[in-house]
Design a binder for this molecule. Structure first.
Ligand SMILES: [Zn+2]
Length: 315
């Protein structure tokens, strides 16, 4: 899968935050080094993988220090049971993690949160997580936190109200609503991700947060490939494969909002600044040109498969 999808990431992105919820998950220094080597073998450009570890109930402050020394930039925490790989190593007792958060704060390791509480109904899970977010953010005011792939208006409000919290937004959460998942034409498994896409009001608030140039909101693709056989089955895993199309989709959304000039900040500057990275010197050229997204890339069905998009990345 890595060899299948890395070319599409490398084509459009100079670097990526590499999420740790693979099987088996990335939890130790050895896991990080092995995964980074696997990426190095598969990559063909100067693409820079920014490594993460999964923060599990068994993560210790010593693990944080050791992995930070090995170059890890962030730890991602998944509440128990909410998404791919969160059955094992998901967290249910956030207060028990405070020594780990303290170590992350002290070593300036970013805390990335999959912000959903599984005890609520699926549409309410992100909002139910917001009090936990506030508790962590206020408990560790120097800890830099990213609420990943925000999906609701309430989460956007919460991010704005917390000084040490930023958020990523995906292309699919800016594009789709629940009606595109549970569509009149039928169930669309390729639109199924966690957190699930929400109402048109939520989407409008996300678009507003993205296009206004608020540097607390930046692009995170959350591109999550699963094979067509697995997605078109009786129990489809969550995840949208978006890396080949996300830039085209974003350009159209920003154009429609009259905010094309804000696209560069959202995709290329605010995230880098948050992570304290120098801006990349390369350029990505987008041209206003209609193209039809392939129905598949190998065994993967991309977001917007078979449909026309109106911006194209110049290869
Ligand atoms: Zn996630």
């Amino acid at each position: 899968m890595l060899r299948n999808v890395l070319p599409y990431t490398e084509q459009h992105y100079a670097r990526a935050l590499v999420m740790p919820n693979i099987d088996p998950p990335v939890v130790t220094v050895n896991d990080v080094l092995r995964y980074r080597d696997e990426i190095a073998v598969a990559q063909t450009t100067s693409f820079l993988p920014l490594m993460t570890i999964k923060i599990t109930p068994w993560t210790t402050p010593a693990t944080v220090i050791a992995t930070r020394d090995a170059g890890v930039v962030a730890g991602k925490l998944y509440p128990e049971g909410v998404t791919t790989g969160a059955d094992v190593g998901g967290v249910s007792d956030f207060r028990a993690m405070w020594p780990v958060f303290r170590a992350m704060e002290d070593t300036d390791m970013v805390l990335c949160l999959h912000g959903e509480l599984p005890s609520s109904s699926v549409l309410d899970r992100e909002n139910a997580f917001l009090p936990e977010l506030r508790d962590i953010a206020e408990g560790f005011p120097r800890l830099r936190i990213v609420l990943e792939h925000v999906s609701t208006a309430a989460a956007v409000d919460a991010v704005r109200s917390l000084e040490n919290v930023s958020a990523t937004i995906t292309a699919h959460h800016l594009l789709l609503t629940i009606d595109d998942l549970l569509s009149d034409r039928g169930l669309q498994p390729h639109h199924y991700c966690k957190p699930v896409v929400k109402t048109s009001h939520d989407r409008d608030v996300l678009i507003e947060a993205a296009v206004t140039g608020d540097r607390n909101f930046f692009f995170g693709s959350d591109s999550a490939p699963h094979s067509r056989e697995k997605k078109e089955a009786d129990c489809a895993p969550a995840g949208v494969f978006s890396s080949p199309v996300a830039m085209s989709i974003l350009a159209a959304i920003f154009e429609q909002a009259g905010a094309l000039s804000a696209l560069e900040g959202f995709t290329s500057e605010f995230g880098a600044q948050f992570y304290g990275l120098p801006l990349t010197t390369g350029h990505l050229e987008l041209r206003r040109e209609t193209w039809t997204v392939p129905r598949t890339y190998g065994r993967l069905v991309p977001l917007c498969a078979g449909t026309e998009l109106f911006w194209r990345v110049v290869e």
